[in-house]
Design a protein around this ligand. Structure first.
Ligand SMILES: [Zn+2]
Length: 407
């Protein structure tokens, strides 16, 4: 009988956490981007600008909130302030902080003390970790092994752990233990202005949680984290929710585009549509030339050529018009662009407006119909659509010509 190969093991992604996620531009980067766009005569596809913000973790921030429960209220989320890691409970957040950032919170200091007195023929040692606990009749032996079990081997039962303790009759090992008992470790809280010493790590952590909680963990029903932090979450289900939200926003950055247009409009930007309903944004308001009469010959030629040959770039225009005076040509074209009579897109295409004005785009009013994804046949140097959606860990691709990077 023929044996069927075993079915491949399905590796399912974890279920995403029940979290609502929104993307916002990072303020400083956005301000720099707006400033550069203001001084650029070019028109940018709004979705391309939105993707530019999404493409770099440094350029956006995220708002997170747990979805409301049956009673309509939202449970709080907890944020470890040191690295913006999000948790569902304060204790988880604190454990994370103590594990990852202990060096910033407390300092361990070894102090010499009197070593144990007496002759010790043997010591007990953990056969799993190699930790030496000392002779079983030593005064703090019991407390030592209980603490050790709690701290290091909590996953096994205490009896199981105890059965793995062995007695070692080796002078060198005994000496090693005696030496380890010749000093004590004190823990100092680094957040207290006055030095404060604690006898154990557990004690200093208890103190930190009680006294300095506000400096370590914050909680709210809505939290904001940086784009960089969103890529480094330890809560697996949240990471999955973030990944899904990012891919979806990247594929169709409607909400990012809306946020962006709300920010750009007061800064004097104009929105208009061109080709297949794609919304563009420019600091120059596009307007048609009412009449060619009275315009110079060359300007008339430029407009006529561009109307007949949409999507030409500067070079095609210059070649076809057989320009004699390059400077004059550049000056004329510049004038037309600054007037809004010719639009120069971020990828270099030129568009001389026809005899009717372009549709005014209002992305926030009718988003579903008015904001389509960018042109499906983009110029070759507009790669934002070719690239696979960048999952949160990836930088994705971007087009430096679309807009300046926000540094
Ligand atoms: Zn303190």
């Amino acid at each position: 009988m023929e044996r069927r190969p075993a079915p491949p093991i399905e590796r399912r992604p974890p279920a995403p956490a029940n979290v609502e996620i929104s993307f916002l531009p990072e303020e400083k980067g956005l301000a720099a981007m707006i400033e550069t766009m203001k001084h650029s005569p070019r028109a940018y596809a709004l979705f391309d600008v939105a993707k530019l913000i999404l493409n770099k973790p440094e350029r956006h921030v995220l708002k997170l909130a747990l979805k409301p429960g049956a009673d309509g209220t939202r449970a709080p989320l907890f944020l470890a302030l040191a690295d913006e890691t999000v948790f569902q409970s304060k204790d988880e957040a604190l454990r994370h902080v103590f594990r990852r950032h202990a060096d910033k919170l407390c300092r361990a200091e070894k102090k010499p003390c009197d070593p144990p007195k007496g002759n010790f023929a043997s010591v007990n040692r953990c056969s799993i970790t190699g930790e030496i606990f000392g002779p079983s009749n030593y005064h703090d032996y019991q407390a030592t092994i209980v603490r050790f079990h709690q701290r290091r081997l909590r996953h096994m039962s205490f009896d199981e752990f105890r059965s793995r303790i062995q007695t070692v009759k080796d002078e060198a090992v005994v000496k090693q233990w005696v030496e380890s008992k010749s000093f004590v470790t004190e823990f100092h809280c680094l957040l207290c202005p006055e030095p404060k010493a604690f006898a154990s790590r557990e004690e200093v952590e208890k103190h930190l949680a009680e006294t300095h909680l506000d400096a370590l963990v914050t909680s709210n029903t809505e939290l904001q984290i940086s784009g960089v932090a969103s890529r480094q979450q330890t809560w697996v289900a949240l990471s999955e929710a973030l990944r899904i939200a990012f891919v979806s926003e990247w594929r169709f950055p409607l909400r990012s585009a809306q946020t962006l247009s709300d920010r750009l409009r007061p800064d004097g930007f104009h929105f208009f549509k061109h080709r297949k309903g794609v919304t563009y944004v420019s600091h120059i308001k596009p307007k048609r030339v009412e009449s060619l009469d009275g315009l110079s010959d060359q300007i008339q030629k430029i407009i006529t050529f561009l109307r007949a040959h949409p999507d030409s770039v500067r070079k095609q225009l210059a070649d076809n018009l057989q320009i004699a005076d390059q400077d004059r040509f550049m000056a004329d074209l510049h004038w037309l662009i600054m007037e809004g009579s010719v639009v120069e897109f971020a990828d270099g295409r030129l568009w001389a407006l026809e005899n009717k004005p372009p549709a005014e785009a209002k992305p926030e009013s009718k988003p579903e119909t008015e904001l389509a994804p960018p042109d499906p046949a983009p110029a070759p140097d507009t790669p934002v659509k070719e690239a696979a959606p960048a999952p949160p860990v990836s930088e994705g691709t971007e087009d430096a010509s679309v807009a300046p990077p926000a540094s």
